[in-house]
Design a protein around this ligand. Structure first.
Ligand code: GAR
Length: 209
């Protein structure tokens, strides 16, 4: 990514649910640990807790519902318009539970990142924690990656490993992974916005971090 010309880099977050990753980003920004500011929160779910978190911190919020559009492509374009209005330097998917198509991604080349609760390429898609428990892995984790048109297939920026305990339930494993997600998210956002990232095909190299 080109380094950002001036001012604090502008981050737009897309979230569908609880928004604990979104909260981690807000907290890092407010405590000076993030080299960017959160300028907007967009959700596809009008009941998302993430929207309440945005309101509580005075962050502008927009709801873009899938049902307001006739097709997936129109939804992608409507979502892209909503995001563009914030002139973002970085678009962060933090528990945004919809696949983004070319119509969206073409508007923000190299600028969309996602967090996923597994060590990709294992356990892509929904219910990654359940998939890990059912497979019987001893270690799982979380991944931040650039977003492409596939499901959790884009180039990997960063990963953290989390052990699976013999008595884990989906809930206990989810909670243990989330702790690492929150830290990884901030590390990766900072690396991207500080221009520390170089890409060579699928390979992402982080300099000085
Ligand atoms: C997080 O575990 C995130 O990795 C996952 O949804 C959760 C959202 O939590 N995302 C995906 O599974 C996307 N494939 P949060 O709303 O508390 O940040």
């Amino acid at each position: 990514m080109d380094s950002v010309a001036h001012g604090r880099p502008r981050i737009v977050v897309l979230a569908s649910g609880q928004g604990t990753n979104f909260q981690a980003i807000i907290d890092a920004s407010e405590s000076g640990r993030l080299c960017g500011e959160v300028v907007g929160l967009i959700s596809d779910n009008p009941d998302a807790t993430a929207l309440r978190r945005a309101k509580g911190h005075g962050i502008p919020r927009v709801v873009v519902e899938r049902k307001s559009y006739r097709s997936k492509r129109e939804f992608d374009l409507g979502l892209a318009e909503a995001v563009k209005r914030f002139s973002p330097d970085l678009v962060v998917l933090a528990g945004f539970m919809r696949l983004l198509g070319k119509g969206f991604l073409d508007e923000f080349p190299e600028k969309v990142i996602n967090i996923h609760p597994s060590l990709l390429p294992a356990f892509r898609g929904l219910d990654a924690q359940k998939q890990a428990l059912e497979y019987g892995v001893r270690y799982t984790g979380c991944t931040v990656h650039f977003v492409d048109e596939g499901t959790d297939t884009g180039p990997i920026i960063g990963q953290r490993v989390v052990p699976v305990m013999p008595d884990d339930t989906e809930d206990t494993l989810r909670a243990r992974i989330l702790v690492e997600e929150h830290a990884l998210m901030i590390e990766c956002i900072n690396a991207v916005l500080a221009g520390k990232i170089r890409r060579n095909g699928r390979k992402v190299i982080i300099y000085g971090g």
